[in-house]
Ligand binder design. Structure first.
Ligand SMILES: CC(C)(COP(=O)(O)OP(=O)(O)OC[C@H]1O[C@@H](n2cnc3c(N)ncnc32)[C@H](O)[C@@H]1O)[C@@H](O)C(=O)NCCC(=O)NCCS
Ligand SMILES: Nc1ncnc2c1ncn2[C@@H]1O[C@H](COP(=O)(O)OP(=O)(O)OP(=O)(O)O)[C@@H](O)[C@H]1O
Length: 204
């Protein structure tokens, strides 16, 4: 089995993690796995996570077709830390098992130069056990609020509510091995930092 390195990309909501992931996939052929997307897969009807979530939050969080209405669930959990913790407790073990399986598949096939895992919660969920390094994507809060308002229609209140459930800038800096500053509206400045990081940190 080929040893393929695992790079974690983290940072708060709207920092530009998905933007960076697209670059890593297109420019370097990396396999990228978004934990949000993996979580959505693990919460589909028929899974044990789905059953647990409906048991806890009730049928009011379901759409007509029986799937989970994420904006509704989002309003409940991001208003109350206990609720978000309950959700995490149900979803995160399944996500981690899925990630481990995907990494094993990539190592068996040996086709990609490295694997990238992306989530706001890599540190909380101890993905340092799986990743060779975790890199932090930094953008100051007001810029993120502005970008998310124009691209996703998030109100400043929604962005702030999500932020409150995520690590502070100081904690991200303390626990990550490299920082990418994505504050510039010219994304080429960000790409240059990634190129340099991959080179100097042994991913290429
Ligand atoms: C709460 C849910 C229903 C909201 O869905 P919605 O479609 O509105 O938003 P989306 O999934 O795109 O998430 C938006 C952003 O919120 C943040 N976020 C999501 N879940 C969490 C969480 N549990 N704790 C802190 N921040 C979170 C992330 O920055 C994420 O990118 C959804 O995020 C969810 O199911 N979360 C639980 C799964 C999870 O923890 N995912 C995070 C990585 S494992
Ligand atoms: N350097 C940049 N200049 C201008 N806009 C940017 C830049 N980087 C990202 N954006 C925009 O900011 C928004 C948020 O970026 P993105 O979706 O990549 O964030 P994210 O960290 O993946 O968010 P989430 O945590 O919610 O998944 C997007 O609309 C994206 O196009």
């Amino acid at each position: 089995m080929k040893h393929i390195k695992i790079l974690g990309i983290t940072g708060g909501v709207g920092a530009g993690k998905s933007t960076i992931l697209s670059y890593l996939a297109q420019q370097y052929g990396a396999r990228v796995i978004e934990l949000d997307k993996a979580a959505h897969l693990c919460m589909q009807p028929g899974t044990s996570c789905y059953e647990q979530i409906v048991d806890r939050f009730g049928k009011k969080i379901l759409k007509e077709d029986g799937s989970i209405d994420r904006p509704v669930l989002s309003r409940i959990v991001f208003a109350d830390r206990q609720e978000v913790e309950a959700l995490n407790h149900m979803v995160h073990p399944a996500v981690k098992a899925y990630i481990r399986k995907e990494i094993r598949k990539e190592r068996e096939s040996g086709k990609v130069p490295f694997v990238v895992l992306e989530a706001a919660l890599l540190l909380e969920d101890h993905y340092d056990e799986i990743c060779d390094e975790i890199w932090y994507v930094y953008v100051e809060e007001e810029t993120r609020i502005r970008r998310l308002q124009s691209s996703r229609g998030y109100t400043p209140e929604k962005t702030r509510a999500v932020l409150k459930n995520q690590k502070s800038d100081e904690e991200f800096r303390r626990f990550c091995q490299f920082m990418i500053d994505n504050s510039s509206d010219n994304v080429e400045n960000t790409y240059k930092q990634i190129d340099r990081g991959l080179m100097t940190h042994g991913f290429l």
